[in-house]
Each structure stands twice: as C-alpha cells, then as structure tokens.
Ligand binder design. Structure first.
Ligand SMILES: [Zn+2]
Length: 343
C-alpha cells in the first residue's frame, strides 16, 4: 500500500470572478490542512484562498471567497475526511451492515487509512445527513418518476423499541422506496398526519394509503383523505389483518402455552441455556474453517463455533415435554403442531 501520510499537495484555485458581483478576485491567504480521501490517502493540502477584490459578503457577514475547485469537490470546507471516504463508510455501515471495527480494519488494510471507531460513527452520521439532504433535493425527480407510474400507494407503518420512541416510515409501495422516516414520541395521529402531509407535498399525492389496523394510523389516514379534493382508497395491510385475526384465534392456545412454561418453570432453564451458550462463545472448536483475512475477532469466533446446540435443546425439550408424555395433556395432541425436536 502506497502511503501518502504527510505528503504535501499543491491544489490550484482558479482566478475566476467573484460569484456574487462577477468582479475580479485576489489572493487572500494560503492554508495548509490535512485531508484524507480514499482516492489520494492522507496528505497535506496547500490551498490558496481568493477573495473578491470589492470585498463582497454573504448575508451571514462572511467574505465571499473562492477555494480550490478540485479540493472542494473532494472535501467540505475546513474538513479533513473526504466525501468518498464518507460514502464508503456509510455504504459499509448501512448497506452491508458492517461493524465499526470491521470497517476500520478494512480501511487500514486496503487504503492505509487509520480511523478511530468514533470517527467511523461520525462519518456514518454525516453520510446519513448528506443522504437525507440529497433525497430532499432530488424530490422533484423522484416525484416525476412516481407520477409516471400513475402515482404510488403510500404504505405507512410505525415500529418501536421499548422506551426509545417510535420510528414512523412512509414507503412507496410499487417502487419500494422509503420516502420519509421520522422519530415520533408515540404512535398518535397528531404525529403521523404531518409525516403523510410532508410526503405528499414533496413527492405528490399518493393514489392509495396502505396502513395497519391501529387507531392512530386509521385516524391519520382518514383525516388526510378528508383533506383531498378527490378521495383515494385507504387499504388495510393484509399481513397486519392476518396477524390481528391470528392473535384472536390463537389467544387461548397461547395462554395455555404460557401457563405450561410457567408450570414447568421453563424460563430459568432457558436463561441457563443462554448463559451456557454465552460461555461457549469464543472457545475455538476443532472444526476446520478457512482463515478469513481481516475478519474481526468476534466474527471469526462465531464462524469457528460448532453450531450444534441440539443436545441442550433435546434436554430442554425432555423437561418441557415431560408433562404431556406423563399423561397430563395440556395440549390437544390431535391439533397440528410444529415439531421443534424429535421425541
Ligand atoms: Zn464580489
């Protein structure tokens, strides 16, 4: 790997006119700063900054300046890490689901770029911010594509982890594009409606709304449709519908299963099982696995672990299954069941 760390690079700044008044510019100063890009590695950029001879200023009060065109395409003003590095980290993190340590390892090996895990997080966050800005800026083009399909069915759904708020997502059904995503404090119509409205404002009106059966979604969708000149159909998602029916149909069985678990004190056994699995994590097994260069420690350990917890599962099943083999039939045995382990 060719290492450029510390190499000085002169970057040109054109003598073009002031972007505000069109008048001439002159050299204001030259600066030296560290820049890291995938394309060029780690180097010191020597940049000449030009300023409008008439000293034009932006509304913020800052002088209108010209930076090097070639450098400003690679890195933000005053920034160290280039856009190509940011995009690489973002894609690895969010498209390929790589861990920060994996990304760090690969950057060192392939590009000779050494980032801290904090910097990987920082670049991932910046990537998302820029992606969102790009998404918004390209809304007219996306809107045009959706219109050429004859509109789009707007799928809305919310998901949440305990105590972490709720993530509301708006999705264009046919194209499978996420049009918007918002963190909302709770799943209530007053938080959902603005999301639907902003999607409609940016991407055009949907031709239908697909929602779950929750009260908040129902209210928000109905209110949005009432605001339209031409009404659109509001559809209930089939999967949510089946899940809802399934809950009603299986409630008795589910309660029985829960009672069974309670009666045989299954939970302590399951916890012990999990602890036991945890202890075995990281113990190399005798199975031969090709060495994966650069595969981080945890990944390698997972690959090398023997994935045969069957004896434990069978032992567990023997304990759980004992009551019905002993004649106390908590389950109707003539009902089809999913065989989890052979008896
Ligand atoms: Zn000017």
């Amino acid at each position: 790997m060719f290492c450029t760390a510390g190499v000085r690079a002169e970057v040109d700044t054109s003598e073009g006119p002031c972007r505000q008044c069109g008048g001439p510019t002159e050299v204001q100063k030259s600066t030296k700063h560290r820049v890291v890009t995938l394309e060029h590695g780690d180097f010191i950029a020597h940049e000449t900054i030009r300023v409008c001879s008439a000293r034009c200023r932006y509304p913020s009060g800052q002088l209108v300046t010209r930076r090097s065109e070639s450098l400003s395409l690679k890195v933000s003003s005053g920034g160290v890490y280039g856009y190509d590095l940011e995009v690489y980290v973002g894609l690895q993190r969010f498209v390929h689901h790589r861990q920060r340590e994996e990304i760090r390892g690969e950057l060192v090996q392939r590009y000779g770029i050494d980032l801290s895990s904090g910097q990987v997080s920082e670049l991932s966050g910046r990537f998302l911010g820029h992606l969102e800005a790009l998404h918004c800026r390209q809304a007219p083009a996306l809107c045009e594509a959706l219109a050429s399909d004859g509109g789009y069915p707007l799928h809305i759904d919310a998901t949440g982890e305990d105590g972490r708020g709720t993530l509301l997502v708006a999705f264009a059904g046919w194209r499978r594009w996420v049009l918007g995503a918002w963190k909302v404090p709770t799943e209530r119509a007053e938080f959902i409606l603005p999301g639907i409205q902003s999607v409609a404002a940016s991407f055009g009106f949907p031709c239908a709304i697909m929602r779950d059966l929750g009260r908040a979604m129902t209210e928000a969708a109905n209110e949005f449709v009432r605001s339209l000149k031409d009404p659109i159909p509001v559809l209930a998602c089939h999967q949510h519908f089946l899940a809802d029916i399934g809950k009603d149909l299986l409630e008795d069985g589910h309660n029985q299963l829960r009672d069974l678990f309670r009666n045989v004190k299954l939970l302590p056994h399951l916890r012990a099982f999990v602890r036991q699995q945890g202890r075995h994590l990281g113990v190399p097994a005798a199975v031969h696995v090709p060495q994966h260069e650069g595969l981080p420690l945890l990944g390698r350990q997972l690959v090398q672990r023997p994935l045969h917890p069957v004896p434990q599962v069978l032992a567990l099943e023997a304990r759980v299954g004992a009551p019905w083999r002993g004649g106390r039939h908590l389950f109707q045995r003539n009902v089809p069941v999913l065989p989890l382990a052979p008896h």
